[in-house]
Design a protein around this ligand. Sequence first.
Ligand SMILES: Cc1cc2nc3c(=O)[nH]c(=O)nc-3n(C[C@H](O)[C@H](O)[C@H](O)COP(=O)(O)OP(=O)(O)OC[C@H]3O[C@@H](n4cnc5c(N)ncnc54)[C@H](O)[C@@H]3O)c2cc1C
Ligand code: FES
Length: 237
Amino acid sequence: MASEQKVKILKNTELVPGVGKLVVSCDDSPLPGQFYMLRAWEREPLLSRPISVGRADQGELSFYYLVKGKGTRLLQALKEEESLLLFGPLGKGFPKEEGSVALVGGGIGIAPLIELSHRLPAAPDVYVGFLDTPYALEAFRAQTLAVATDSGRVGHKGFVTELLKPESFDAVYACGPTPMLSALKKLCEGKTRLYVSLEAHMACGVGACLGCAVPSGDSYVRVCKDGPVFLAEEVEL
Ligand SMILES: Cc1cc2nc3c(=O)[nH]c(=O)nc-3n(C[C@H](O)[C@H](O)[C@H](O)COP(=O)(O)OP(=O)(O)OC[C@H]3O[C@@H](n4cnc5c(N)ncnc54)[C@H](O)[C@@H]3O)c2cc1C
Ligand code: FES
C-alpha cells in the first residue's frame, strides 16, 4: 500500500557523469517494476518525480537516476544524512512468467530490470545498451550479460536489439527509450511475449489526474496506475 514517508539518504554516488545512484534507508518491499514519487524540495518544482525501484534489499532502497532537469539535479545534490520524501510504492510490477526470460534495458531504463533480475526464479539473460559508457552492470543477477554501445566503446557496436534472439525466450521484459521499445515490439511479434515498462510525465501518480494517459486500442491507459508495465501489444509504441 502506498504511503508517504521521509527517509534518510545513506549514499548518493555518481556512477558516470550525469547518472547517479541514491540509496535510502527504507523497510518497504516493493515489487520489481514499481516506482516511487521522489521529492527533495519544498515548493519548486511543483511536482514530485517518478523514479523506479532499482533495488530493494535489507532495509535499503536504491534508485538510479539520469540527470535531466531541475528535479533530478536536486536529487543529484542530496548528501548523506539528508532526507527525502517518498510516496509509494506505486503502479503494477512486472508479471511473473515461467520459463526462460530475457531482460532488455536501454540507458537508465536498466533501473527497474536490476531488481527484477534478483526476483526471478532463475538468473535471466540480460541485454543492455548504452550510448557510450555502461554503468551498474555489477548490480544485475545474470546468467549471461550482453552489452551494446552506440559508440562501440564497450561490447557490440550498435543497438542492443541486434543481439537478442526473441524466439529463444518464453518472455522478454524491457525498459528504455521508446525507439528501442518499438524496435523490440516488431522483433518479438509472434515469437515471444514482450512486457514493456513505459515512462510518461506524471502529476498525481495514483490514477486520478489522467496526466500520464497513453493510447491503448481505442481507449487510454494510465501509466501510473494501470502500468507502468504493459504487454507490448496493449500499447502504441
Ligand atoms: C514510472 C517511471 C519510472 C521512472 N524511472 C526512472 C528511473 O529509474 N531513473 C530515471 O532517471 N528516470 C526515471 N523516470 C523518468 C524521470 O521521472 C524523469 O526523467 C524526471 O521526472 C525528469 O525530471 P527533471 O525535473 O529532472 O526534468 P524536467 O525538467 O521535468 O525535464 C527535463 C527533460 O526531461 C523530459 N522528461 C521529463 N519527464 C520525463 C519522462 N517521464 N519521460 C521522458 N522524458 C521526460 C522533459 O520533457 C525535459 O525535456 C521514470 C519515469 C516514470 C514515469
Ligand atoms: S499521473 Fe495522474 S493519472 Fe497518472
